[in-house]
Design a protein around this ligand. Structure first.
Ligand code: 3PG
Ligand code: MG
Length: 399
């Protein structure tokens, strides 16, 4: 597998050339104010963009934001992202009001060497996510017309067979950006020969989303710690009542099978924080995992569980963490996620945080990002990488 990277492109010289960069600027926005609540993904693409700016390229950046349905939808506009990107780059970013229309064309044509433009949301166009090769291809033709070369730095989207990820690289000389290169290097260490013990912590709300990765990881890891909303389906499989906690009934049997086959590698919570309601000010208590009252719901792992998870993590030499342990956005239910995150930073291990939510949790809880080995910008992408799946965006760069 040979992927050319940004240095190869810079080596050829990009001064005065138009370079189309696919970034993942899908950042969380505040529902009320529309403000960016976590700019981690914008920061993550700066090394690539700065290098291109310094080399005198005309940089055309494209991205998706949220999941609009193939037509313009103002709540998903990338305009606020253009503003923030300009602040971080220290030079204004020209914003195109459409993706491949008149505004985009004149914006790209007007770029001077070393200037950056951002196109409007790729998903305002049906062709971006279309399952139809011809429809995707037609949109990819329009995008490719804006570049003399293509850089994929959208690690968070490499698992999507979308026009900007999968079809544009077939039409232009293409390389991996700095972020994609680093992500693939780091995740490759985990799938290759990780130093042991290798401990994985999984959280988040749904088992069904994580099933494939659990199956793929079980033979490779020494310990698999499970928290977050998905732990209740496992607790149910162990025969415990889970009250009104999140439960995927149709997954209970599968979880039971996984527990049986796991050879004791799976660690589940022994206590949980239960509340009267899903609300920041709900009355709450710590109860044993086998004593969840029928009218209450679990919103975090309990302190004894945190201590047990921390003990397992303190032994680890390699750690991968994906998914919060509880509803960390509410202070009353943030201790589990905080405790596990702190235990990861203290361990003498190479640690990787995977996923938008866990990465956002690290920053929202005010933890020092540099105390983790690597914070991945990809949620679904990092999980699919660890599953060993072929990622359309990476495969396209290999050709
Ligand atoms: C993400 O947030 O996981 C990536 O930006 C991909 O977004 P998507 O799941 O909407 O394709
Ligand atoms: Mg996602």
């Amino acid at each position: 597998m040979s992927i050319r990277n940004l240095d190869d492109l810079l080596g050829e010289g990009v001064s005065g050339r138009r370079v189309l960069v696919r970034a993942d600027l899908n950042v969380p926005l505040d529902k009320q104010s529309g403000e960016i609540t976590d700019d981690g993904r914008i920061r993550a693409v700066l090394p690539t963009l700065s290098a291109l700016v310094q080399a005198g390229a005309k940089v055309v950046v494209c991205s998706h934001l949220g999941r609009p349905k193939g037509a313009p939808d103002p709540q998903f506009s990338l305009r606020p992202v253009a503003g923030r990107l300009g602040e971080l780059l220290g030079a204004p970013v020209r914003f195109a009001e459409d993706t491949v229309g008149d505004s985009a064309r004149s914006t790209v044509e007007g770029l001077a060497d070393g200037q950056v433009a951002l196109l409007e949301n790729l998903r305002f166009n049906k062709g971006e996510t279309s399952k139809d090769d011809a429809e995707r291809g037609a949109f990819a033709d329009q995008l490719a017309a804006f570049g003399d070369a293509y850089v994929d730095d959208a690690f968070g989207a490499v698992h999507r067979k979308h026009a900007s990820v999968h079809d544009v690289p077939a039409r232009l000389p293409h390389v991996a950006g700095r972020l994609v290169l680093r992500e693939v290097e780091v995740l490759g260490k985990l799938t290759g020969d990780p130093e042991r013990p290798y401990v994985v912590v999984l959280g988040g709300s749904k088992v069904s989303d994580k099933l494939a990765v659990i199956e793929a990881l079980l033979p490779k890891v020494d310990r698999l710690l499970i928290g977050g909303g998905m732990c209740f389906t496992f607790l149910k499989a162990q025969g415990h009542e889970v009250g009104t906690s999140l439960l995927e009934k149709e997954m209970v049997e599968t979880c039971g099978n996984l527990l049986e086959r796991s050879g004791g590698k799976i660690m589940l919570p022994v206590d949980v924080v239960v509340a009267d309601a899903f609300a920041p000010d709900a009355a709450h208590d710590v109860v044993p995992a086998d004593g969840i009252p029928s009218h209450r719901l679990g919103l975090d792992i309990g302190p004894e569980t945190v201590a047990g998870f921390a003990a397992a993590l303190s032994q680890a030499r390699t750690i991968f963490w994906n998914g919060p342990m509880g509803v960390f956005e509410m202070a009353a239910f943030a201790n589990g996620t905080r405790g596990v995150a702190e235990a990861i930073t203290k361990a003498d291990a190479f640690s990787v945080v995977g996923g938008g939510d866990s990465a956002a949790a690290v920053r929202a809880l005010g933890l020092d990002e540099s105390s983790f080995g690597h914070i991945s910008t990809g949620g679904g992408a990092s999980l699919e990488y660890l599953e060993g799946k072929t990622l359309p965006g990476i495969a396209a760069l290999e050709n």
